[in-house]
Design a protein around this ligand. Structure first.
Ligand SMILES: [Mg+2]
Length: 374
């Protein structure tokens, strides 16, 4: 039964737990410009009158510390229905820290927890709170790290296609010749499935142009960050001159609405990307979707599939959600209610309130990182 207005009116946020977990990857991972062997999960749990709300993101422990040291006092005692009021106050409070980066990720994770809490208080799923546009959203399998052997790449991509996921993305950007060989191998492995590549800004303009021509012959249809995502002129060059079937995509490092406006104004991408765990949570993602609607240009959700499944179903601008190997593995291990793809799509369970997830704290405890002290 849906709580009445009077019941929720008087609720205030009376508890907030912040924690961080450094979880080793299953294999060493690398892309065009970075290597890593662990992923840090930051979790925020809010409570109001016995109902708990969950937010999370993939960030640094500094993000968790900022939430605990600075944002908690704003959130505590706030009205769980008045999300934008709380978010505005958080935005103002981080002015002197600089919003992009750690502060934006802290704000984003708290925002997600606020939306989850509100949906739970109203006893509806997050997608229903936002207003569903569809029941399920397409995904693409994402991994294919530059650190993978040929066998590891083939096993991962073959597995996704076998599971009914008809599009996959691989990392490139280390060595143009090696990248072309790996792309050819990936195409042989996946048959007719869609093939995406992501250079994470690893190429120069001329390298990226030359690679785009070669990749087109392997049927690549998506070239993400062929050059740095800060190089809007470079992205525009690629967008204008890469073979037409290839979409140029970027936007995962967007932390505020102005970033996306600048990228769209520069006509730098065919498909914009955004990550709710960075760009301002649910609130920020809805803003990006509205900017895409007004262009119009499609939007693709970056990683954290358990959050973006709801947003993807609420925002018709979303073309697909990135089903990122690292995050899928962590979300399956540590959240009850984690969605399993069917026919290449994720469908939020609208019978479960909020995000539909329960954090398995005891399973995560062995990876917990202390926020204070050494
Ligand atoms: Mg990327």
């Amino acid at each position: 039964m849906i709580a009445t207005q009077t019941e929720t009116d008087t609720a205030v946020i009376d508890g907030m737990d912040v924690s961080a977990y450094r979880i080793p990857t299953d294999l060493p991972e690398a892309d065009g410009t970075l290597d890593w062997n662990s992923t840090t999960l930051v979790v925020v749990e809010l409570s109001a009158r016995g109902t708990r709300g969950l937010g999370f993101g993939y960030a640094d422990t500094a993000t968790a510390r900022l939430i605990s040291d600075k944002l908690a006092e704003i959130v505590q005692g706030s009205d769980p229905l008045a999300i934008r009021s709380t978010v505005q106050r958080i935005s103002q409070s981080v002015r002197n820290l600089g919003r992009p980066g750690i502060a934006a990720m802290a704000l984003s994770i708290v925002d997600i927890a606020l939306w989850d809490l509100k949906a739970r208080l109203l006893e509806i799923s997050l997608v229903d709170l936002l207003g569903a546009a569809r029941h399920s959203v397409p995904i693409y399998g994402s991994g294919g790290f530059t650190s993978y052997s040929d066998e590891q790449l083939q096993r991962q991509f073959g597995g996704w296609v076998e599971d009914g996921i008809p599009r996959v993305k691989m990392k490139i950007g280390r060595d143009p010749a090696v990248d072309r060989r790996r792309v050819t191998l990936a195409r042989r492995t996946i048959g007719d499935a869609e093939l995406f590549v992501d250079a994470n800004g690893g190429y120069s303009h001329k390298q990226a142009l030359s690679q785009a021509t070669a990749f087109a012959e392997s049927g690549v249809s998506w070239f993400e960050e062929p050059v740095s995502s800060d190089d809007l002129e470079g992205l525009r060059l690629l967008r204008d001159r890469a073979p037409a079937p290839i979409d140029i995509a970027a936007g995962e490092y967007g932390y505020d609405p102005f970033y996306f406006r600048r990228m769209l104004d520069a006509q730098a991408v065919d498909v914009l990307q955004a990550d709710a765990t960075r760009c301002g949570g649910v609130t920020g993602f809805l803003n990006v979707a509205a900017q895409c609607e007004a262009r119009p240009i499609p939007l693709s959700a970056h990683t954290a599939p358990s959050v973006h499944a709801h947003l993807g179903c609420a925002c018709p601008e979303v073309r697909h959600v990135e089903y990122f190997h690292d995050h899928v593995r962590i979300e399956r291990m540590l959240f009850d209610g984690c969605l399993v793809p069917s026919n290449g799509e994720l469908a939020p369970d609208r019978g479960r309130p909020g995000l539909g997830l329960e954090f398995k704290q005891s399973d995560a405890a062995r990876w917990e990182v202390g926020l204070h002290g050494t």
